[in-house]
Design a protein around this ligand. Structure first.
Ligand code: NAP
Ligand code: HSE
Length: 419
């Protein structure tokens, strides 16, 4: 049995404890050992009354506990967590952290102190996206030509809401905080510093650059106004906070700032808390990484993956991950039982009573229509475009057969699943 201690049972720490508990059986199967949370640390004990772990207020209770194998640092900050993580490593404990501010300032020292002891930090960049893994392992054969993307979920959430819904800056920041996306001090997010911390971590892996935040260009989104947004929209742009690393001969450019991006560009379509990062390698070409960049569960997903990796690598478990069975009773689903939303296009005769017949068939199969549009396209003919709420594959197939047999349906209906 592997025992972990969680220093900081806040947004991310709480989700780590819950995932380890609620997904225990697949985690044990994948790790090759049982992983339990022995204890946690918070400042205010009254905030955590619903978790069945030992709690204290002193991080040293965890780093000095001989029973703890892996220390999870999720309290945030820079100098105090540096002392705590250093002590944990010196005590021979593996460490997992999501703390990018700590790494932006102390990553090289920590690497030195860790030596052969596992030290993992996947969640520190882009929340749930395994970008560290991709860059460190998957792309290790390449010279990295550029890294560019959206690396802060809070700012992307804010900019999306400001652009698409006209929500005011302060109101949307409060929303992002309530959702658990923002840093304890949100100046790190809106000032661009958090994205810069992440960019520096990536730049160290991609390029071996040992720079501190003070050495690179960092601008946030505090100056983005509704007037700028209106102009951006009028001219076909979105506004995004980007982190950019680019190789130029013998130099590497590192910068974080808000940017106008053509609406048609892929990066413009990355909305809300999602992050999206493009990495270009000299051999692989362009690769893209997209997913939730912040939030308790998404971030904890990456933290727990690191814990599993540490346990697995010490256990000589199957490295390819071909577990079978992974969970007792797990089997393939019958395709008929798959649920989806559907788009249907029917070419129909534009005559009285046809819509009623069609909607009756939907009702007979308990398929709920979400939206319906009729577009005339020729004399007494129309295209009927229908989207459904979630339905069973078996029901939609039966419906399609019945629709096709109606006299007023002029050709085989077209169906596309909406995912
Ligand atoms: P959070 O909700 O503020 O939680 C921090 C936790 O640490 C709280 O339980 C807090 O206790 C405790 N803590 C802080 N300082 C402490 C101290 N000196 N002694 C003992 N306990 C202390 O923060 P979070 O959002 O979970 O973030 C945690 C870390 O993950 C940060 O490094 C952050 O940058 C990183 N991260 C967060 C996200 C995200 O989406 N939230 C994503 C990626 C990475 P009290 O509540 O009692 O003060
Ligand atoms: N505050 C950070 C963000 C958390 O919004 O991206 C994830 O690193």
């Amino acid at each position: 049995m592997i025992r972990v201690g969680v220093i900081g049972v806040g947004t991310v720490g709480r989700a780590v404890v819950q995932i380890l508990e609620e997904n225990r059986s697949i985690i044990s199967a994948r790790a090759g050992d049982e992983i339990v949370v022995k204890s946690g640390v918070v400042r205010d004990l009254s905030k955590v009354t619903d978790l069945s772990i030992e709690l204290s207020q002193d991080p040293y209770n965890i780093v000095n506990d001989p029973e703890i194998d892996i220390v999870i640092e999720l309290m945030g900050g820079i100098e105090f967590p540096f002392e705590i993580v250093k002590k944990a490593l010196q005590n021979g404990k593996a460490v997992v952290t999501a703390n990018k501010a700590l790494l932006a300032y102390h990553r090289y020292e920590l690497q030195e102190i860790a030596g052969e002891i596992p030290f993992e930090f996947e969640a520190s960049v882009a929340g749930g996206i395994p970008i560290i893994n991709a860059l460190r392992d998957g792309l290790s054969a390449n010279h990295i030509l550029s890294i560019m993307g959206i690396m802060n979920g809070t700012c992307n959430y804010m900019l999306t809401k400001m652009m698409k819904e006209g929500v005011a800056f302060d109101a949307v920041l409060a929303e992002a905080q309530a959702l658990g996306y923002a840093e304890a001090d949100p100046t790190f997010d809106i000032g661009g510093f958090d994205a810069a911390h992440k960019l520096l971590i990536l730049a160290s892996i991609a390029y071996g650059i040992d720079a501190k935040p003070e050495e690179i260009l960092i601008e946030g989104i505090k100056n983005v106004t509704q007037t700028d947004i209106a102009f951006a929209k009028e001219f076909g742009y979105t506004i995004k906070l980007l982190g950019i690393a680019a190789r130029d001969g013998d130099e590497v450019e590192l910068r974080v700032h808000a940017a106008l991006v053509k609406e048609a560009a892929m990066i413009s379509k990355i909305d809300g808390v999602m992050n999206g990062i493009s990495v270009v390698g000299d051999r692989v070409g362009e690769t893209l990484y997209y997913g939730p960049g912040a939030g308790g569960n998404a971030t904890a997903s990456a933290v727990v993956a690191n814990i599993i990796d540490i346990v697995r690598s010490g256990k000589r478990s199957p490295m390819l991950g071909f577990n079978h069975p992974l969970e007792e009773g797990l089997r393939l689903k019958n395709p008929d039982n798959i649920r989806s939303k559907y788009y249907l296009r029917l070419r129909i005769a534009d005559k009285a009573g046809i819509l009623a017949k069609i909607t009756e068939l939907f009702a007979n199969h308990s398929i709920s229509v979400e939206a319906m549009i009729q577009r005339p396209f020729a004399q007494e003919c129309a295209h009927l475009l229908i989207s459904t709420h979630e339905a069973l594959e078996r029901d939609i197939r039966a419906l399609m057969g019945e629709l096709e047999s109606l006299d007023a349906v002029l050709e085989t209906p077209c169906m596309i699943r909406i995912v």
